[in-house]
Structures are given as structure tokens and as C-alpha cells.
Design a protein around this ligand. Structure first.
Ligand SMILES: NC(=O)C1=CN([C@@H]2O[C@H](COP(=O)(O)OP(=O)(O)OC[C@H]3O[C@@H](n4cnc5c(N)ncnc54)[C@H](OP(=O)(O)O)[C@@H]3O)[C@@H](O)[C@H]2O)C=CC1
Ligand SMILES: N[C@@H](CC=O)C(=O)O
Length: 377
């Protein structure tokens, strides 16, 4: 199968390397690159050269961003080319539109690499759903923030220094605020909820990140036998669902607390299989390249065609996700009780209400930080 790569950065190079070194079923024959970097005979800066090339059966989009990625994917599908993408921002924003365009053109869309880097998460959810209903999912879905928290906790490193290292290693997004403010996890949570619950997931999730997390916060939680992880979560009950992204203070004894470096750990619960956990590198050139090449091979062999049916009319019910929260702030917080030096406890809040509470606290103290307390046991 002849394929074209759109974008030759961290992920695109990983895909090219894996295919050239390990895969005989596919060949990268075209690469979309910017005009000042046409260093390889396969490269062009004119997308028409790719979309009009009838020998190209599959387009791998790994440029990132919303436009022109969205337009290029739609054109590839309309030209009856299969599409594989690692771009969670464009998938979260346009999944329903892509699914419909792919069905109309009789081709397939593959999005494994958009969530969890090298971890086969999306394909596993699809497989689970052949038999079960997925009732909830939760996970460390961002390699950059896990890398940052892990280094701050284990090596006493400073936030800004570790973020710079995560950028050098190719884990971070072009604008790393997408990582540290939870936007990247929001996109991955929207995609996971869509595939797991069969719903066109709302973009209006409560989202908070780890921008204000300090070493002192980690020490405070460590004194209570916990550490902080940025989690994406989703739950479905009957005809309702909810999803949220927030820092969660997990028990030191949990698997989540032990996840090192750029690794991710995602968990789902389903009707007959029960709890399943998926662990691996959530970011980086070769792990993400691997997930893309797996999609390419599934497409080339014709064995695995994703269905991604988002037709369920579930109601978004944010009150389904409730926790106790710890807030470190100098602002006054209504209904709070003392937790520890400089930190307050607010009991039984819906995630959306907790996000609003944090926004109010930040108006007085812009360094405020809040984490949900994971239930013990
Ligand atoms: N890095 C990772 O670990 C992972 C990344 N992803 C996702 O994969 C996608 C790619 O990420 P990554 O490889 O890290 O990003 P990079 O920035 O390293 O690579 C993207 C490349 O595409 C180029 N590009 C952008 N627009 C165009 C265009 N119009 N025509 C040609 N080339 C273009 C960029 O050039 P320039 O830089 O000069 O603009 C850059 O070289 C993103 O959506 C990201 O979220 C998903 C999982 C993991
Ligand atoms: N920036 C992302 C890249 C992979 O999706 C991350 O750190 O997880």
C-alpha cells in the first residue's frame, strides 16, 4: 500500500523510520513538507500532488492543529483515500464529520495514535464494545504532564526545567500550555468518551490542569499518602454520561501513582470483562509512530475496520462526576474546612462546580491549585 505523510516532525519521522525499517506491506511515497524543507525526492509542499495521486491509497496526517489538517483530511476522504491521524485536536473537534465523510466515500478513518501514544486504547475499546457496555474510563493520558510531575516528585526538579526537557524529547505539544492546562487531555477524553459510550461527546467539559502545581503541593499530598496525577475521566449511567479533566490526588499505593516518565495508564470498566488497564509510552516519536503503523497495517490487510458509531442520544449530565476536593489558596472558599497548612477541603462537589470554584479562587490568588481526592480502596 502506498501512503503519504502530511507533516514530517516528531511523529512523521517516527512513522517513516518504522515503515522503512520494519514493514514491507506499506511504502511512504509522498511527504507533505514546508517549501523551505524539501530535502527528499518524496517531498512536496503542494497538497494537490498528494490528493490527486491515485496511487496513494492512505494519507497519514501528523501535522497537528485544526487547519489545514481538517481541510486536508476531508479532501483525502473525498478522494477515496483512507486516513490515519495522530491529531487529537482535529479529531476531538471533527470526529462525527470525519466518520460521516469516510462512510460516504467507502473508506476508513483510524485514530489510534490520537490517544495514549503507543497504547492500543482506541482499538481495545472498540473490541470491548463488541460484547460489553463501557461504564467508565479514567486515565493518565498526557505524557508531558506525567513526565513533569514524576520528575518534580522523584528528583525534586523545578516545573519549568522539566517542561523544557519534555519539549526537547518531543513529548510536548507545539504550544505546551495545551499539555499543562489540560487541553490535550480534554481532546483525548472527548475522543475516548465518543468511542467508549457511542456519543458525539460535548466539548464543554470541566477542565483544569497542573500549571499551578508546586513541589510544596506534592509534599503536602505526600504527607497524606497521595500524589497528584492529571486524569481524564468519563462515566456513563443509563442514558446519561459525564466527562472531566482535572488533577487527582491518588493514593501512593495505586498503579497510577507509580506511572513514571512519559508513560500513560488508562483504565476502563465494562459489563462482563470488568476492569482493564492499559499501560505504555503515551508520547514520543517511535511509540506514537508505532500506533500509526499498526493502523496502516490494519488498513492494508483489511482485517480491522473501525466503526466509531456516535449515534447514541445520551444526555450530558456533569453531576455524575463528584469528588471531595483539596484547594491550596489564600482566597476565602465558601463551605470549606481545613485540610492542612494553607489547604482547604471542600466535600462532595460536581467536577463542573469544582472548576467554577477554582476560577473564583484564582481571581483572588492566581496561584491557586486544586485536586480531586480519589476515593481510597
Ligand atoms: N509528539 C508526540 O509524542 C505525539 C504527538 N501527537 C500528535 O501528532 C501530531 C504531530 O505531532 P508532532 O509530530 O509532535 O509535531 P511536530 O511539530 O514535531 O511535527 C509537525 C510537523 O508538521 C509540519 N507542518 C505543519 N503544518 C504543515 C503544513 N501545512 N504543511 C506541511 N508541513 C506542516 C510542522 O512544521 P513546522 O514545525 O515548521 O510548523 C512540523 O514539521 C500533533 O497533532 C500531535 O498532537 C500525538 C501523539 C503523540
Ligand atoms: N503532548 C502529548 C503528546 C501525545 O499525545 C503528551 O504529552 O501526551
Amino acid at each position: 500500500m502506498k501512503i503519504a505523510l502530511l507533516g514530517y516532525g516528531t511523529v512523521g519521522r517516527g512513522v517513516d523510520q518504522i515503515i522503512s525499517e520494519r514493514v514491507s506491506e506499506a511504502e511512504v511515497t509522498r511527504i507533505l513538507e514546508l517549501p523551505d524543507r524539501l530535502t527528499d525526492a518524496r517531498m512536496t509542499s503542494d497538497y494537490d500532488d498528494i490528493v490527486d495521486d491515485s496511487s496513494v491509497e492512505l494519507v497519514v496526517e501528523c501535522m497537528g492543529g485544526l487547519e489545514p489538517a481538517h481541510a486536508f483530511i476531508m479532501r483525502a476522504l473525498a478522494a477515496h483515500k483512507h486516513v490515519v491521524t495522530s491529531n487529537k485536536a482535529v479529531v476531538a473537534a471533527h470526529l462525527a464529520e470525519f466518520i460521516s465523510a469516510a462512510a460516504q466515500a467507502g473508506v476508513s478513518l483510524y485514530i489510534e495514535a490520537a490517544v495514549g501514544g503507543g497504547i492500543p486504547w482506541i482499538a481495545s475499546i472498540e473490541k470491548v464494545r463488541r460484547i460489553d457496555e463501557v461504564t467508565s474510563f479514567s486515565g493518565i493520558m498526557n505524557g508531558t504532564t506525567n513526565y513533569i510531575v514524576d520528575a518534580m516528585r522523584r528528583q525534586g526538579a523545578e516545573f519549568a526545567d522539566v517542561l523544557a526537557r519534555a519539549q526537547e524529547l518531543g513529548y510536548a505539544e507545539r504550544d505546551p500550555s495545551a499539555d499543562i492546562d489540560g487541553i490535550d487531555v480534554k481532546n483525548k477524553t472527548i475522543i475516548s468518551a465518543a468511542v467508549a459510550f457511542g456519543v458525539n461527546c460535548t466539548p464543554d467539559l470541566p477542565v483544569s490542569g497542573i500549571r499551578n502545581l508546586t513541589k510544596a503541593d506534592l509534599d503536602l499530598f505526600a504527607a497524606h499518602g497521595r500524589t497528584v496525577k492529571l486524569l481524564g475521566r468519563g462515566v456513563r449511567q443509563g442514558g446519561r454520561y459525564a466527562a472531566a479533566v482535572e488533577p487527582v490526588a491518588v493514593g501512593e499505593g495505586t498503579l497510577e501513582a507509580q506511572v513514571p516518565s512519559n508513560f500513560n495508564l488508562m483504565t476502563l470498566d465494562a459489563t462482563t470483562v470488568g476492569e482493564l488497564k492499559f499501560y505504555g509510552q503515551g508520547a514520543g516519536s517511535l511509540p506514537t509512530g508505532n500506533a500509526i503503523v499498526q493502523d496502516v497495517l490494519d488498513c492494508a490487510s483489511g482485517t480491522l475496520r473501525p466503526t466509531y458509531d456516535l449515534s447514541r442520544a445520551l444526555a450530558y449530565a456533569p453531576e455524575l462526576l463528584r469528588s471531595d476536593y483539596v484547594v491550596r489558596t489564600s482566597a476565602a472558599v465558601e463551605g470549606a474546612e481545613p485540610f492542612d497548612e494553607g489547604a482547604l477541603l471542600v466535600r462532595d462537589l460536581a467536577a463542573a462546580d469544582a472548576r467554577a470554584l477554582l476560577a473564583r479562587a484564582c481571581e483572588t490568588d492566581h496561584t491557586s491549585f486544586m485536586a480531586a481526592l480519589a476515593q481510597e480502596g
